[in-house]
Unconditional design. Sequence first.
Length: 320
Amino acid sequence: MQRFRPMALGDIFDEAFDLYKKNFPLLLLVTAIVVVPLHVLAPLFALRFPQEPSLAGWIAANFGGLAPGQALPQWGPFFSGPVLFVPLYPLAAAVEFVALAGATSACYLGEPQRLWAFYRVPLRRLAPLILTLLLYAVLMALGLLLCYVGTLIPLTLLVFTAHAFALEDKNFGRATGRSNRLVSGHGGRVFGSLILLELVAAIVALGIQLPLVYAFDVMLNVTPGSDILFGGGSAVTALSEQRRIVADISQGLSNLVLTPFVFCVLTVLYYDLRVRKEAFDIELLARGLRYPPLSALGGYLPPASPPVALPPSGAGSVPR
């Protein structure tokens, strides 16, 4: 059984890395179910069939010649993928996040690990998940309206929405409210964890993406006719489009490796907050000893037995 205790920030990352390393094949498979179709196959589809309409082309055609790369380039798959795929990205990400929250939690608690069970939760509750996603998007948009930095506030307060949805069966405002209550009082600690996690993820992502993009550029330069293989044409704009799509594919591969680690950190942090605020370690110990939770008693506790009066120290003693 996992031994729970309040942990420092460094301990949380150490615990998360051990969780990630021990369960890497399972977590990679859970992530690949969503990442591979949407972040790898969709850009490949756009690369193979450049005549298909893409969001990048729609933006360039409707916003005064705005270059696709100038509009939020970090959302690469959104812009390189066909228009048909664009609405699927946020929903697929929500399904993936809920499944990863369940998978990392099961691995951390030593519970049964069944791949189909992790995805059954979001798919069985797809309508509540969509509404929860819409509420989350509205709250993030409200933070964005204040200022760009304002999104950090809802991002921090709502970071455990997927965990509340997957592990505590909460929907809509209850999921976001549960995350808010859990972070309340520890916002600085959670925000610091997210900043450190972002730095680690950015360094690892660059280490994955840059060699792949460089290898593709080298291949284009040394291989005659490679432009035909990657979509046809030899115009500079076509090659730029191909390089951008290859960068999107490399971004998808980095997401495949990094997203499970991100959720390992978030899951360890989630249970650390529950230990600090709700004595989750005692609850888990009682569960292991087969004590029923208080909720199973209907809020009723039997009255304590009256204390037994002890006789005086000299009363009833046998004389010598």
